[in-house]
Design a protein around this ligand. Structure first.
Ligand code: UTP
Length: 304
């Protein structure tokens, strides 16, 4: 038996990445290109997300895609033409970069059809996931690779069972942009118990400043709930609504805990955050950073 696995508590090995949204905040760039393919320095945003799943030990990845999402599948597939051209040139460095994404994980794809909301996208994973707990990573949410979050969430799920969501403290005036959690403290300072969830509340109605961010480890009972979840806010089937039901009745799918994340995170579907992600990661890169930082410093002091 694999370490960390018992008969009643299977080791989590599957990651689901919903990437079927329309990306309207990024038009016109996303008219024909999925927003998850937009480069963050020199890698598409989605590759960071798949790398994060793999580094948390989840190498079976199901991507939920839709129309215009073919480039996502191509990116994680071999590209023989390019590979043989680079081989002929003897360019081993670039060849390795091309092969990196196709060697990363075992990739699976399912199409969502109509983008009827994040909850509906997660429900599309039910036949692949079966009856095991599984992780969900939003394709446009980038967690800085130096601040591991998912591995801690998997650990918390293995300890408590049930489901685990990721939370981040935000300013009260920002909370209306997120799902929000009502919580109770636990003995671990980075773990809270979720007692209620509200999707995008007004600041005065928010039960806390804890915003839900795009990482989840879910009990498979979520599928039964999602099948019965009516469209909510924005006419979409909301994952938060289904999670709220899980949190309300522990007998159904176990407790729901939250891991409070204090690291660096970027919403690459938001133009401002996308730019911040690129500048920050570029500054910190060994190959590009020194020159880019020098340029940025002079740009900021001379031009602004
Ligand atoms: P967003 O709320 O960012 O929506 O979805 P969106 O459509 O992608 O982007 P905007 O707001 O129009 O710019 C959060 C995540 O859920 C996925 C998205 O791909 C994104 O990763 N999603 C959303 C789906 O897979 N299907 C859906 O029906 C909705």
């Amino acid at each position: 038996m694999v370490a960390g696995m018992t008969e009643s508590h299977p080791r989590i090995s599957k990651a689901v990445i919903p990437a079927a949204g329309l990306g309207t905040r990024f038009l016109p760039a996303t008219k024909a290109t999925p927003k998850e393919m937009l480069p963050v320095v020199d890698k598409p945003a989605i590759q960071y997300v798949v790398e994060e799943a793999v580094s948390a030990g989840l190498d079976d990845v199901l991507m939920i895609t839709g129309r215009n999402k073919r480039p996502l599948e191509d990116h994680f597939d071999r590209n023989y033409e390019l590979e043989s051209a680079l081989q002929k040139k003897g360019d081993a460095g670039r060849l390795a970069k091309v092969q990196e994404s196709s060697d990363l994980a075992t990739m699976h794809y399912v199409r969502q059809g109509d983008p009827r909301g994040l909850g509906h996208a997660v429900l599309c994973a039910a036949p692949h996931v079966g009856h095991e707990p599984f992780a969900v990573l939003l394709g446009d949410d980038l967690i800085d690779p130096r601040d591991p979050l998912l591995a801690r969430m998997v650990e918390v799920q293995e300890q408590h069972g049930g489901s685990v969501i990721a939370l981040m403290e935000v300013a009260p005036e920002q909370i209306h942009l997120y799902g929000c959690a009502a919580v109770e403290t636990t003995v671990d300072s980075d773990v809270v118990k979720i007692t209620d969830l509200v999707e995008k509340p007004a600041a005065q109605d928010a039960p806390s400043n804890y915003a839900i961010i795009g990482r989840y480890v879910l009990d498979p009972h979520i599928f039964d709930i999602l099948r019965k979840t009516e469209p909510g806010r924005g006419g979409e089937i909301q994952l938060t609504d289904a999670l709220q039901q899980l949190a309300a009745d522990e007998k159904v799918g176990g407790p729901v805990h939250g891991v409070v994340f204090k690291g660096r995170r970027y919403d690459t579907g938001d133009r401002g955050d996308y730019l911040r992600a690129i500048v920050r990661l570029a500054c910190e890169r060994e190959d590009l950073g020194p020159e880019f930082r020098t340029w940025l410093r002079s740009y900021v002091t001379e031009e602004m």
